[in-house]
Design a protein around this ligand. Structure first.
Ligand code: IPE
Ligand code: IPE
Ligand code: MG
Length: 246
């Protein structure tokens, strides 16, 4: 596949762990356990394709409303995943990052996250971004609050950047989002047959190609990823223009 038709940034809503387990008569935990393995396989597959950014939606702001037992299990799995993959990330040149309200996570998980970020900071082959305790509306509200607080002088002339003004523009808000250092996703994949965004990257997905599959996340494989990439390669991204202009 031509590299120009490969996305630079893939975002994935890894959904369906619970239903996968239920359909096998297993506890939800088993779905999450298998889900973590699949996440690792996909990180490797994306890395092998030299795609520089991968964002995985691992835990939403709304997921705090699940039964405490399940939330606790997810936190344990997250901690175990990070601890056991730190060395592999360093070896592969993977830089680990997060978006979301990390301060809401248990202390030990926060510490492991900070440690993993530091250990992998020099990674220059791929950036792996985990969305944890993430909600897009919350992210946007925080960005606006900080924007107003930190740049009050810009409030007066609300001229947009595109008009050549000094005021706020889209780029200004971008600078206050958790994703400020990453390009917008080119391709979004959601598994499990749900056709919604569930409060994920609402601002950043404005022009992203969307790909939905009925496959449950624990069954998602490299060939499913390949299918999504082939579909992506066929899409014509016009960004408002007409074909002839591209
Ligand atoms: C996705 O699978 C994992 C998380 C949200 C943490 P689910 O746990 O949402 O599985 P379903 O959607 O109930 O099947
Ligand atoms: C979205 O999945 C969040 C993650 C995959 C982490 P959910 O299963 O929480 O989404 P809804 O509740 O079905 O929209
Ligand atoms: Mg779900």
């Amino acid at each position: 596949m031509l590299s120009k038709t490969l996305p630079k940034h893939i975002a994935i809503i890894m959904d369906g762990n619970g239903r996968w387990a239920k359909s096998r008569g297993l506890p939800r935990l088993e779905g999450h356990r298998r889900g973590v393995e699949v996440a690792e396989e996909m990180i490797t597959a994306v890395h092998n394709r030299r795609i520089p950014y991968l964002t995985l939606y691992a835990f939403s702001d709304e997921n705090w409303n699940r039964p405490k037992e399940e939330v606790d299990t997810l936190m344990v799995l997250l901690e175990l995943f990070l601890k056991s993959k730190q060395q592999k990330m360093i070896d592969k040149g993977i830089r680990f990052q997060t978006i979301g309200a990390i301060s809401k996570l248990p202390e030990n998980v926060q510490q492991t996250i900070a440690e993993t970020k530091e250990m992998t900071a020099k990674g220059n082959q791929m950036t792996l971004i985990l969305a944890l305790s993430y909600g897009a509306r919350n992210e946007i509200m925080n960005a606006i609050t900080r924007l107003v607080r930190e740049t009050p002088s810009l409030l007066e002339p609300v001229l947009s950047e595109v008009e050549g003004g000094e005021g706020w523009g889209e780029g200004t808000l971008n600078q206050f989002l958790d994703t400020k250092n990453y390009p917008d996703p080119d391709l979004l994949i959601r598994t499990s047959g749900e056709y919604r965004l569930s409060n994920f990257l609402l601002w950043q997905l404005a022009y992203t190609e969307l790909y939905f599959t009925k496959t449950m996340w624990p069954d998602f494989s490299e060939s499913d990823l390949q299918k999504a990439l082939e579909e992506y390669a066929k899409r014509e991204r016009r960004f408002g223009k007409i074909s002839e202009q591209l």
